[in-house]
Design a protein around this ligand. Structure first.
Ligand code: SF4
Length: 694
């Protein structure tokens, strides 16, 4: 292995895009990154990659990067470049002024699922230690927070059950609300390989995603449900399994609470949950639901993979619970080839949640109201902790509009572009007296900022990411920070200026602290990661090299918990003015709001967001392929080009959200999951009409 600064060198590091967590050899010539070579020993990717990880790293050296800190007293003033010392001193004095005037809980912050575990851990520590409250949340709030809630309630842990290798032992694969070939391409390829070998496939999705029919792969069942009816369809699958005697009673009696199971079985057996009864909501042919349920229950090892099409609904948590019930009822938990597997969107969604980024939980998912937990952290951190849960992201915006929340520190997240109901977010951000944004670029959120602190790309960082299979992997610095400081150093400087000093010389020391305070990370260290390549948590005395498959021989919480899942229709309704339903997703070459991929050659493959619309819906509105259309909801409107496609069912349209010019989130509503406030991005009533242009 070569040292940084030698003429030619390479280091193994981890992709900063999706939750698959592919590893690469970054090949350098001096300070120049020559190419990213998929790492053949990468445990998550085994030498494979997609077009994002392989080619879309040029944003790290893009001319748009801001490398000097900037401040301004008002968002109407021009930015002024200053030293880090001046920017930090200004931010700290503003936060202190706000707390003196409005109270300790008038400030907070947001951690990023794009940043490392160590950076995320430090931001939540700053908020708890220096701000003295629990107003910390993560961008995982808007994607997989229902996964955390649903799986911890039923199984006892906020994470997927399997490693990626497990799919090689699956006989039946059920994909619901996910599009792995676009969203998680390297794992999608592995899934396709298993399907080509003969595994059966069930797809639950309104849209004909690629997996429904692609060369050498064809779904055995495609259930094209109406957006917003996941709970009804999954409960109908359970109805068939229970009423046709397909329950794995041995598994349930051994590993689950039998009384809770009986109550659940009686509930799902009610006729109102039958495929025939719920067809009025779901629109799915009951024969397809019955066939899919029989295949899932009797086809051998059956694995469920799901994505944001499950979580980003007003019943996101209920659907996760319904999926967990289904796997328990059929005994598809606790061995290879089965399980419940959330496909995480961003590279470190799992990690940012593990690191205590939630307003009610300290690192390791321990509640802030638990005295023993607080005492443990208070002793280690040398600070008194607040025992009252803080604000979630949407509540921060509400409180800002109400005038009780005045200051925010946002690391690595463009909340204005990525959160729903842009008008409300914009009103909240505009009401803040001090907004500190730490990022690579002057993103849309920075339009409302008073302090801008330059951030580092993943190529300039040491740290770790945790992927969708709980795999902790090293991120290695292949070039010096272009802005002079690592993100964790800047957080430390801000904390010190606020009066709470932290003292780390290297991110490895932060990981040592995480391992000391978080039971599932016991024994994790950079040395161990260097030796083993990666570790899947839980890592502890019982499993010093980690745990690829969870819940073997029993659930983490003790007995698996069946919970009732009553379908409740979303409050977002279609009607004469807004007769269509809009759902959203992403495309292979682009990533989320596009801040990174739009600044690479990948943009040529997908230069704009388009609206997919069924031929009948297009014809009824006089829309031709390629026409500009106006897309309007109760929240707002935008314009984009139409693509006529029979991938869509009638009555449903679809777009991506990669380009700020489209501003897809101007359209989305402020409805959210009942348990976690995860926004309902996937269901918006809209009208589509011809338009003259953007
Ligand atoms: Fe990166 Fe995900 Fe592509 Fe792998 S599949 S290279 S982690 S974007």
């Amino acid at each position: 292995m070569y040292e940084i600064g030698t003429p030619e060198h390479s280091l193994v590091t981890t992709c900063a895009y999706c939750g698959v967590g592919c590893t690469f050899k970054a090949e350098m010539r001096g300070d120049e990154l020559v190419r990213m070579v998929p790492y053949k020993d990468g445990k998550a990717n085994r030498g494979h990659s997609c077009v994002k990880g392989r080619f879309a790293y040029g944003y790290a050296t893009h001319k748009d990067r801001i490398l000097k800190p900037m401040i301004r007293s008002s968002i109407h003033e021009p930015w002024k470049e200053v030293s880090y010392e001046e920017a930090i001193a200004y931010a700290a004095s503003e936060f202190k002024r706000i707390q003196a005037k409005y109270g300790r809980r008038a400030v907070g912050g947001i951690t990023s699922s794009r940043c490392t575990n160590e950076e995320t851990y430090l931001v939540q520590k700053l908020i708890r230690g220096a701000f003295g409250n629990n107003n910390v949340d993560t961008c995982a709030r808007v994607c997989h927070s229902p996964t955390g809630y649903g799986l911890s309630q039923t199984y006892g842990t906020s994470a997927g059950t399997q490693d990626f290798d497990s799919v090689e032992d699956s006989d039946v694969i059920l994909v619901i609300g996910a599009n792995p070939t676009d969203g998680h391409p390297v794992f999608g390829s592995r899934m396709k390989k298993r399907l080509r070998e003969g595994a059966k496939l069930i797809i639950v999705d309104p849209r004909k995603i690629d997996l429904v029919r692609t060369p050498h792969v064809e779904a055995d069942y495609h259930l094209p449900l109406r957006p917003g009816t996941n709970v009804a369809i999954v409960t109908a699958l359970a109805h068939v399994i229970v009423t046709e005697g397909l329950v794995n009673e041995d598994f349930v009696r051994t590993y689950c609470d039998w009384e809770e199971f009986q109550e659940w079985a009686e509930f799902v057996a009610e006729e109102r949950h039958s495929p025939e009864a719920v067809q009025q909501y779901t629109g799915v042919d009951p024969a397809l639901v019955r066939g899919a349920a029989r295949l899932y229950a009797t086809g051998g090892n059956a694995a469920i993979y799901y994505g944001l099409g499950v979580t980003e609904h007003s019943q996101g948590s209920t659907t996760v619970i319904a999926i967990a019930n289904l796997a328990m009822a059929t005994g598809n938990i606790g061995r290879n080839g089965v399980g419940v597997n959330p496909l995480r969107g961003q590279n470190n969604v799992q990690g940012s949640c593990d690191m205590g980024s939630f307003p009610h939980e300290l690192p390791g998912y321990r509640h802030v109201a638990e005295d023993d937990t607080r005492v443990l952290f208070e002793r280690d951190w040398g600070v008194k902790l607040d025992d009252e849960p803080g604000l979630r992201i949407p509540n921060m915006f509400d409180a800002a509009v109400d005038g009780t929340f005045k200051g925010m520190y946002v690391q690595g997240e463009d909340i204005l572009q990525s959160d729903p109901d842009t008008r409300h977010v914009s009103a909240g951000l505009g009401a803040l007296e001090c907004l500190v944004v730490q990022d690579l670029f002057l993103n849309e959120t920075a339009n409302y900022a008073h302090v801008f602190l330059p951030g580092c790309s993943f190529l300039e960082k040491d740290g770790t990411f945790t992927n969708a299979e709980r795999r902790i992997q090293r991120v290695r610095k292949v070039m010096a920070p272009k802005n002079g400081y690592a993100d964790w150093e800047v957080t430390m400087m801000l904390s010190k200026a606020l009066g709470y000093e932290m003292d780390y010389q290297h991110p490895s020391e932060i990981m040592d602290e995480i391992a000391r305070l978080t039971p599932t990370f016991t024994g994790v260290s950079y040395k161990k990661l260097d030796e083993l390549g990666s570790v899947q948590w839980p890592c502890n005395e019982k499993a010093p090299e980690g745990t690829p498959v969870m819940h073997i021989g029993g659930f983490v919480r003790g007995k698996g918990k069946f919970m009732l899942t009553e379908y409740v229709a979303t409050d977002e309704r279609t009607g004469p003015r807004f007769p269509l339903l809009l759902t959203t997703g992403r495309i292979l070459s682009q990533y989320n709001v596009g801040a990174q991929t739009r600044r690479t050659a990948n943009v040529a493959w997908h230069p704009e967001d388009v609206l997919e619309i069924h031929p009948h819906d297009a014809e009824n509105r006089g829309i031709r392929d390629g026409d500009f259309v106006r897309l309007e909801s109760r929240a707002g409107s935008t314009s984009l080009k139409a693509v006529i496609s029979d991938r869509m069912p009638t009555g449903v349209v679809y777009t991506t959200f990669h380009h700020p010019i489209t501003q897809a989130n101007v359209i989305t509503t402020d409805f959210s999951d009942w348990a976690t406030n995860c926004p309902e991005y996937k269901v918006t009533a809209v009208q589509v009409s011809p338009s003259n242009g953007p």
